[in-house]
Design a protein around this ligand. Sequence first.
Ligand code: ADP
Ligand code: MG
Length: 676
Amino acid sequence: MAEIRVLPQNVADKIAAGEVCERPASVCKELLENSIDAGADKITVEIKNGGIKYIRVTDNGCGIEGEFAETAFLRHATSKLRQIDDLDGLETMGFRGEALASICAVARVELISKTKEAELGVYLVMEGGKPSEKTEIACADGTTLIVEDLFSNIPARMKFMKKDSTEAGYVADVIGRIALSRPDISIELISDGKEVFKTIGDGDISNTVLKIYGIECAKALCRVDYERDGIKIKGVVGKPEISRGNRTRQTLFVNERYVKNHVVSKIVEEAYKNAVMTGRFPFFVIGIYVSPKLVDVNVHPAKTEVKFAYEKEVYDAVYYAVKAALYTDDGANGLKYAKRDALKNGEGISDKTDKTDKTTSHSFIPPAPVQMSMSFRKIGGSVLKETPVTKQEYNNLKSEIPSAGDMKNFTEKYIEYTTPPAELEKQTKEIENRAKDIEISGTSEAAENTENIENVENIENIEQEKIEIECGERAEKKILGQVFDTYIIYQQGESVFFVDQHAAHERARFEMLLEQKRKSRIFSQKLLVPIVLDLDPAERMIVTDNAEFFEEYGFETGDFGGGSIVIQSAPAIGSDRSNRTDRYDKEIKSLVFEIIDILKNEKKGSRLTQEERTLDTIACKYAIKANKKLTLPETESLLEEVEALEKRGITTCPHGRPIKTEITKYEMEKMFKRIV
Ligand code: ADP
Ligand code: MG
């Protein structure tokens, strides 16, 4: 074990200071990283009450010598870095010497540690940032750190803590990702006495994926193993069928450190182009291995953002690595969409000349990401080829590397290429405004419903009468048919009407569900064969913790063990759903995932919006889709539903798109210039 020293002030100052312990998950992350740095290959993380009450991390690493026990808790005390120069080639996870100091300032900490050489270990208690007890202790080799009552002395911070289960979910997420970065280490997570997951630590990434995301996910992996320009890309990417509606199942490591980098996500998604529907995001666990000298990890205090000295090369490597993994027809992996000899032999993937490849008529051939590269900042010439660069070269280059705050600009610059920033801002504003509108209209509606029910009913009655009078005179509908398998056309009186079948049916379902929900709960039907669903630990906790919420919406769920949940009942909507098909199972599964996402983004005080969103999600899944041929009886019954909605003054789908449009005879005559 190396000696622990306090960094000279000038060194300390150069290191971006920051919050290392924001919530239980960040504390767990720091402790786990310390265990990894200590060379452990077996680590247990145990939490109680989402980690707020209790966190324990036990490892079989190198341990801390008794005489250095207190030093480890001093600010900027680290055994990993002495001089600022060391920052350039840092290979360990932590190096600021801040974590333990910060943690013991906001919680009670116990340390039990023993090195192999020592006969006895050390037991140290830190309270209020100061040692309160220290003794020798007989214990196993390695280190245990116990953190109790986090933030109990900072009420302001305590307020930011979410529900225990939400905090536990964050912990599971971060521990899971670190476990994915180190398939060679067995990592176990226990929450409130129950094992959340335990990875094997046999070095096989797919076994780690299996333990964390379940069998369905592990079965659909393509291995990534690629090298280009001295940059190694390793990991797994998921086949399109396991892509999800958000990016939570995307994990990136740089030199085994879990980081976030939106550009890399975009590049991977680019490599999937046409294989994954828009709005779906591929699964990946990708590690980028470059000389530590070419990465600046000191960008963000919590060390989750990185910058590369040679971005273009890195991004190109990622792009080709993923393409190669997806499209190489080697039997074990691959999408096997099509074969191409050049690809099979690896040509055209690693060879830069394929940018001018004339045979690009095959849609699956990886087009070079020329467009994307254009917006990346080019730093340095071809120095990368001579990696590792000399210290002098690197120091020269460092001045050109965008500074910390630049990362955001840099990312924006990338986005600028696809969507102009002004447009992007406009879109964001619009979305925000719409969200506000929904919330406002939602709350006012709720107020009316509860406080002024009679009035509302009166108004409704009057409105209804008015509409009925207006409609009463109407001629009969003459259904003309369906076009593009999506729109129903009918004539009535002096007009032709077009109805969007999905919008109409979705709204009708939505209103039906809303009524059921307002009365008590969504009607539910027992499934003959329950559906088993693999979830990652954070998601599983959301489902277990919100079992009642799911029940209100017609889902009966339970713990299936082995990381899965079982769905015993699902909303009972429409008799056509009694025939069990694979498609039905898939839809129920994706419905549960979508509801989990809604629960994840839980906003305070927007309960009604959450209700509406959930109902709409269910309504949308059960509604007649666009591109579906309808029979005459189906069309007729749908038009009846549209009419019933209109009587209540409802003319749009839950998202506000119109259900029906009209062209009058007069307008047609004008169109054909029969009248002017
Ligand atoms: P850093 O990890 O940035 O060096 P920390 O505050 O996280 O700073 O830890 C301070 C020091 O305590 C580390 O440099 C290391 O020497 C020692 N240490 C912390 N956790 C462990 C552990 N689990 N096993 C061995 N040594 C540890
Ligand atoms: Mg550390």
